[in-house]
Structure formats: C-alpha cells, structure tokens
Design a protein around this ligand. Structure first.
Ligand SMILES: [Zn+2]
Length: 417
C-alpha cells in the first residue's frame, strides 16, 4: 500500500468511526431502525426487491407509529438506492435509516450510506431493530493488521488469514501419515522410517501451501502465527520447512487442540496477548520517539496551535492524534482578514470571537466549524504528512490525550514553533 493510500484509508476509517459513534447513540422507540449490509456482488435491483418486500410485510406491524416509521425508513432507502447502477461500489456498502428519538417526544428521520468499507462485506444482511447494527463495521475498523495463520498436526493442516478481527480460512491439507501401529509382517525399523518420511512429506506440503499463500503478500503482512499440538508445530518450525523469509515472520507458536478450520479461530484466541501487543507496538514506538524529542531534541511539537502551524509549514513528518480525541475547531475571520481559531468540545456552542490582533469582534455564527481531526488530516494530506492514530490503552498514549490536547507531531526539522 502506498503512503498516499494509507493516509486516505486513515481518513476514511476516521469518517466511518464518526458515523458509527453517531449511529450508536440513536435509539428508535420501537423496532424501527433499519440496517442493510450489501456485498459488492449483490445486484442493486435485488436489494430494491428485498426492500419492497419488507415494505409490504411491514403493513402487518400492529403499532401504527412503528409501522409508519419502518415504511418511511424503507422508502428513504429505496430513494437512496436509485443513485446506484447495477452493483454497489467496491467492498459493498451499508445503509442505515430510521426515525430516531430526538427528545421531547419528537423524532427525526435519518438515512446514512457508507460506501466501500475498509474490508469487503461478505454477506447480505437485513436488520430491523431498536438500534442500528454497527458491529460488523466496527469489527472492520477495530484491529489493524494482516497475519498469516497456520494450524497443523501430523494428519491435517489449515492455513488462512487474520484480517483485523476476521479469520479467513483459505486452504487445507490432510496427510497419509500412518498411525503408530504397524501392520503385521513389517519390520519395526522400516515402519519407523516410512512413517518419518511421510511426516516429512506432509510438513513440506504444508509449507508449500503456506508459501503459496503468504510469500507474495509478505511485505503487507504483520506476522505469522502457528498453532497445533506438541511436538508437531515445534518439529515443523524447527525443521525450517517454511520459506526463510516467512520463518522470520513467525511471532509465536501456540497450543491448539483442533487443526481443522476451527483451529484457526482457536489459534487467534490463544495469540490474543501477542496480537494486542503487536497492535500497540507502532503506537508505543511513536510515543517513545515523541517523548525523547520533547526532552532531549527539538523535533517534537504538541497542542493544536503549534502542531497546526508546523503542519502548515510542511515541517511535520508524522502527525500523532489520540484515538479518543473528539473536538471541533472554529475558524473566525475578522473584518481585517485575520484568521484565528478556537477549539471546542463537540457539544459546546461556539462563542463570539474577539480578534486578538485588532480587537474586532466576529459573531459566533460567522465562524466556520469543523471536526478538529478532519481539519488536521486535510492539511497533513496536502503536505505529505503521515497521520497516526494513537491508542489510549497505554500510559504514554493516555498522556497524549490528557496532557497534550490529543495532538502532537514529530518534525522533519526544528522550527522553533
Ligand atoms: Zn483582526
């Protein structure tokens, strides 16, 4: 993935995250919020028929209020689907619609369409409930990373992917390794030799299967996990059967009892600590570097104002943003053309602004309000700066959010700002 694409997808993920957070806050007063997950190979016309069908079935809903709400949601979804040709965009799309409770007995109709999620939607889902179905999207956004998975014993092996939180079984193999019991008439020595040969052949076959899946993608992968009973997985790894570059990527071996497809899921469970640690590794090393520069160097910047100024100069190499940062920024332009900004909480009302340079006043409603992260990412993209979202699940990540306003940067060169 090129750097540009990486930035695009950071921004896209952030946009998705925001919509999901909003959706999760909404509640319908009955089962009247509709969520539809549409895979990329599902024809739009078939989705429209499904929605039409649901619309007519909704006429059986007893509560008039719920019935009307569901039918309105479905009509709104059909209207939106008109904008699409034969198929949805790449990776599919998700449509949410419903009448949400806005307090004081009033409701508001909202419809949101999320196109091309970070991973492809695998199956069509129609969901009508008192809340929106956001979990499948959250899973896609939750964990980063692409890992290769191998489970094996002497009889069976499975390989697959772990993408984010999703396990994808891909290939399997089974062996003809004879059991430990030899047949009558066979010499013990000969039997043992044949059996070892068969085991060796099977390990080679498993390695070829893994190589053919993983080698081409080794530069995109974050590591490989190997599972199985002892001593099989140890023999397999110690015997250097895997392509040498893949061998170097093995993050750990884990005891799992099953080596069929379900073993791949067990492997991911068993490796959870390592996966969590791995996810935090880049975040940790970025924050280490930030603190080192802060104390002993001149390549650290923090806080919205200084970081933005450095960004504008093109001096920021990596922009560090706390995952928990939820702020807006308002830009005021005074009659003399001075641009100044104020950072606000999401629900905080914008105040009138007095220009600090000429004392002219700018009324609140003339301020241009924006999500603070969007504001910074837009500048970062124009200046070729990489944006990294930092988890708050470790101490220095928490400090970024609590002590540095959730925004910092590592500079390309010192600027004195
Ligand atoms: Zn001014």
């Amino acid at each position: 993935m090129s750097k540009q694409e990486q930035d695009q997808s950071d921004k896209q993920k952030y946009e998705f995250q925001k919509v999901i957070e909003d959706l999760k806050e909404y509640e319908g007063s009955g089962t009247q919020l509709v969520s539809i997950y549409i895979p990329e190979d599902r024809q739009i016309s078939s989705v429209v028929s499904h929605v039409t069908q649901e619309h007519s079935e909704a006429s059986n809903i007893k509560s008039k209020q719920t019935r009307t709400a569901v039918q309105d949601a479905l009509t709104s979804i059909k209207d939106r689907l008109r904008y699409y040709d034969t198929y949805p965009p790449d990776n599919g799309m998700v449509v949410f619609s419903g009448a949400i409770d806005t307090g004081g007995g009033r409701t508001d109709m909202i419809t949101k369409v999320l196109e091309s999620p970070p991973q492809s939607i695998e199956s069509f889902r129609y969901h009508c409930d008192s809340d929106f179905l956001t979990e499948p999207l959250e899973e896609m956004l939750g964990d980063k990373g692409l890992f290769g998975l191998i489970v094996l014993d002497r009889r069976e092996a499975n390989v697959g992917w772990l993408r984010g939180k999703r396990v994808e079984p891909v290939k399997s193999a089974s062996s003809l390794v004879p059991g430990k019991q030899r047949k009558g008439g066979q010499s013990a020595q000969r039997f043992a030799r044949l059996r070892l040969e068969a085991i060796d052949n099977f390990y080679q076959e498993v390695a070829e299967m893994a190589d053919s899946l993983f080698v081409d993608q080794r530069h995109e992968m974050d590591g490989i996990l190997v599972g199985g009973p002892s001593p099989t997985k140890d023999e397999f790894l110690d015997g250097d059967y895997l392509h040498h570059e893949l061998g170097d990527m093995v993050l750990g071996k884990f005891d799992v009892s099953y080596t069929d497809e379900s073993g791949l899921y067990d492997l991911v469970d068993a490796a959870q600590d390592i996966l969590d640690e791995h996810e935090m590794m880049q975040d940790k090393s970025e924050m280490e570097e930030f603190f080192k520069e802060l104390h002993d160097g001149d390549l650290a910047t923090y806080g919205f104002g200084p970081t933005r100024e450095n960004l504008m100069m093109g001096a920021v190499d990596r922009l560090l943003i706390s995952e928990d940062l939820r702020k807006d920024v308002v830009t005021y332009t005074c009659p003399n053309g001075h641009e100044e900004r104020e950072v606000l909480d999401r629900r905080e009302e914008a105040p009138d602004h007095d220009c600090t340079r000429c004392d002219e006043s700018v009324p609140a409603d003339e301020g241009e309000r924006e999500d603070l992260i969007d504001h910074l990412i837009d500048i970062a993209e124009q200046r070729g700066t990489e944006t990294i979202f930092i988890s708050t699940d470790f101490e220095k990540g928490e400090q970024l959010q609590n002590a540095f306003g959730g925004v910092a940067g590592i500079l390309r060169y010192g600027t004195g700002v």
